[in-house]
Design a protein around this ligand. Sequence first.
Ligand SMILES: NC(=O)c1ccc[n+]([C@@H]2O[C@H](COP(=O)([O-])OP(=O)(O)OC[C@H]3O[C@@H](n4cnc5c(N)ncnc54)[C@H](O)[C@@H]3O)[C@@H](O)[C@H]2O)c1
Length: 342
Amino acid sequence: MEEAIFSKLRYMKKVLLIGGAGFIGFNITKFLAENRNYEITVADNFFRGKMDVLLTDLVDKYKIRVVNADFTNAASFDQLDKDYDQVYMLAAVVGVKYTEEIPNELIRINAFLALNTLEWLKTAQCKKVVFTSTSECYAGTIEAFDYQVPTPESVPLCIDDITHPRFTYAVTKMLGESGFMNYSKVFGFECTIVRYHNVYGPRMGFKHVIPQVTQRFLKKEDPFKIYGYDQTRSFNYIDDAVNGTVLAMETPDVSGEIFHIGDMTDELKIEELIKYIGELMDYKGTYEYESAPSGSVSRRCPDISKAQKMLGYDPKTSWKVGVKNTIEWYVNYINTGGDVFE
Ligand SMILES: NC(=O)c1ccc[n+]([C@@H]2O[C@H](COP(=O)([O-])OP(=O)(O)OC[C@H]3O[C@@H](n4cnc5c(N)ncnc54)[C@H](O)[C@@H]3O)[C@@H](O)[C@H]2O)c1
């Protein structure tokens, strides 16, 4: 008995999640708190993440440390320990709206977040880091060079137009990918990159297509305009994305690897998605078809066979089940007076 407790304590890992209050960060924190005996620290400035009742409950129940600081300021890292076993780097300004409204700030914040974290890792004694990147890094390769879809990790990264604000986000993520891979080699910490593909689920804010469409259906918009109706996306339910990320962190001998985390079985047209949400919300009006906003890619679907083979990653939630869960959460949240949050 004593031996069991001792070995549990001995292997209690220290985990840091930078950006851990955000959509994916909160869900990784929840998963680790509920399934692992880890000492967890969440670092976030609550630019987008929320100290809502869900996070407060988790923090209280599992004695999670929260460091509320802006990590574009290098001095904020002084508030952290230096010996984490696992560091999840999730902090970033995310979302098409920000690329349009504040592209300069997005460049500054995401670049400083990546570089400050790397400079801190240089002197800290952290064992393993997962950097979270995006399919946006190769969206241009598909558009300009008609690259294969489903797309594997070996795809060259490319953006269509370096002057277009839409691509500021992808540029900062390319900087991050290169930075994390190369600092890791030079300074001797392990590093794995995950590239997410349209992660969705409850509590993801209101900037995503699913909550926005839910709000529009609740307002009974008629005719209901479907923007980019013929584009396809493959959506990745949050529980599966969390699972893929934790596997990327915890699987041995995958340092230096990049993994596409998404779902390749469920590529669907935006029209199909919107009409399914309409059905769930009992919409009886008519639909109108509109083209997509400029800079939006026409097709995106990851090849996840590398993650399946090396990590045992196996996304389990079909898009219909995931979308239904998400819609139910948002309808309940809105109908019970929840604030619209970023
Ligand atoms: N959600 C997706 O589909 C998706 C797709 C591709 C990549 N990603 C990447 O995954 C990561 C997590 O995404 P998410 O959807 O959870 O986004 P999110 O916006 O919900 O989370 C990002 C977190 O970073 C925090 N943050 C921002 N600026 C900060 C600063 N200066 N100091 C400290 N914290 C700061 C925010 O407050 C937020 O809690 C991001 O790096 C994002 O680029 C997400």
